[in-house]
Design a protein around this ligand. Sequence first.
Ligand code: ADP
Length: 591
Amino acid sequence: MKEKYNLFRKSLKLVWESTPGWTAANTVVSVLRSIFPFLLLLLLKKVIDVITSEASASGNITTILIPVAALALVWFIDEALADAAGFFSSKQAMKFEDHMYDLLHTKASETDLLNFEDPEYYDCLSRAKREATWRPNNILHNLVSLSRSLLSLLLITGLILSFHWLPAVILILANIPGIWLRLHYAGVLYDFKREQTTESRKAAYYNWLLTGDRPAREMRLFGLGKYFKSLFRESFLRQKEEELDILRKRVFIGLVSDLIKASAILVIVLFIASETINGTISLGSMAMFLLAFRQGMIYLKELLGSVADLYEDGLFIGDTFEFLDLQPVISGSGNVNPATLVKKIEVENLSFSYPGNGKKIIDNISFTLNKGEVLGIVGHNGAGKSTLVRLLARLYEADSGTIKYDGEDIRKLDPDEYRKQFSIVFQDFMLYNLSAGENIKLGWIDANDTGRMNSSAMKAGIHDLIKGLPAGYDTRIGNLFDDSRELSWGEWQKIAIARALYRVSPVLILDEPSSSLDADTEYEIFSRFREIVKERTTILISHRLNYISLADRIIVMENGRIAETGSHSDLMKIKGLYHSMFTKQASRFEL
Ligand code: ADP
């Protein structure tokens, strides 16, 4: 209970922070509206009583003008406030949604990269995405609606009690089964939805395979549409059928509770009618009490509905905070000298495993990377090369061992500042459906250096192609939007290299940077490699050993360990793994 109270408090704080003015306006107008139906009832009684007594006796229509005009005025104000409330609530909801998207996006873009290896993180993210942009606001809405219906109900109950206690008691009793039903099924539905998160992510994944642009080629070539359609349907229908099953039971029990309410109405109407026939109450009072009873039923339903909704909100809101409260493991506050590496990066006894997989992917590795050095890393697929790069850039935190940047343990440094020391072309680099120029400038988002953009593109061998596009560097590339030009995979790779070169950073890491380049471009880049990397400290990972041989020093990795290390000639002399890989590759070209 205390936990729920805290969650509600946090939610209301979020709503208030997002837009204090609109939240206040929305709340005040909504609560104000609760007195109008009560005033309308009193005025309606007055009108009927005037019609049935004075006016009909005197035949003078003017005596009813004042109460009718008052009725019309109150009705108008009520309607006008309802319209205003609609606008305030939309405006407030829009501001709140904007605020929540900001929080969600900040959290998702700053959270530890390792989270993306964890299916539980995806479940948590997907639940938060489903709830965050509206659920806290719903809590406010339900609290306002609760106070509004409570106030209205108190006024109406007072009115009914002025007539007789029996209708007031029946009014309350008849609604109890309904509230039990709502509370019970809120819990059942929450448990169901939580269990189904993985299943609905699966359905969303199959949906993406069937509709996304990337899978479209293989879908057609391998004729996979039918297969994935059946997987999607299976997953989709399984969820929906279970949900419908719960709803069906709820409807059935709902019918029973409606029947109880109908019986209550029957008793009350008979009771009020008999009191009128007996002459205990006037016709005006009869109309007022009948309507009051009906209004009372509506308010009670609203009140109980708000209580049940709040209960449901309390169950679901935890999912939003579970995500928003995720704390990064990678942190630190130490200063880093901007864009410098004075001496060296030292890696000492570094080990790392991916979560849920006990195998050490990096197994007790030590080496030093000196300023200005070009270090080549080679090894078979899965040897751990890319993982090592992510550890160096502190995208993952090592399980044990240390990395020192100019003697400073990187765990003490501010991760965002530390990452500014690195520029990396990842193996699975990103394609941005933006202009060619922006695609390069994203490498250093704080700078806007057109000269550097041009020279980076020239070094990567893509400048001429970009110049030839309809709007040069302003041409949007990719295939998602109108007026954009799609590039070949190799051309995208050159753009990614240009992006990395554009970044002003002392350390450059190229992870298989030429895997999709044509032989000419590859030769062109590597023959000017030293000039291109411009004395930056560089790590080059590649399967092309003739290019790796240009490195000052080479590390050969095998099963997460360093198997051999030395210059090309050193490694050729010891006739180990590198020698065998190199000679195999060389023999292929000697035919
Ligand atoms: P390399 O770059 O040398 O080909 P990687 O560093 O990409 O090797 O991968 C090393 C090993 O780590 C692989 O065997 C792979 O199974 C595992 N691995 C890579 N990425 C992940 C990941 N995101 N989650 C779990 N295991 C991974």
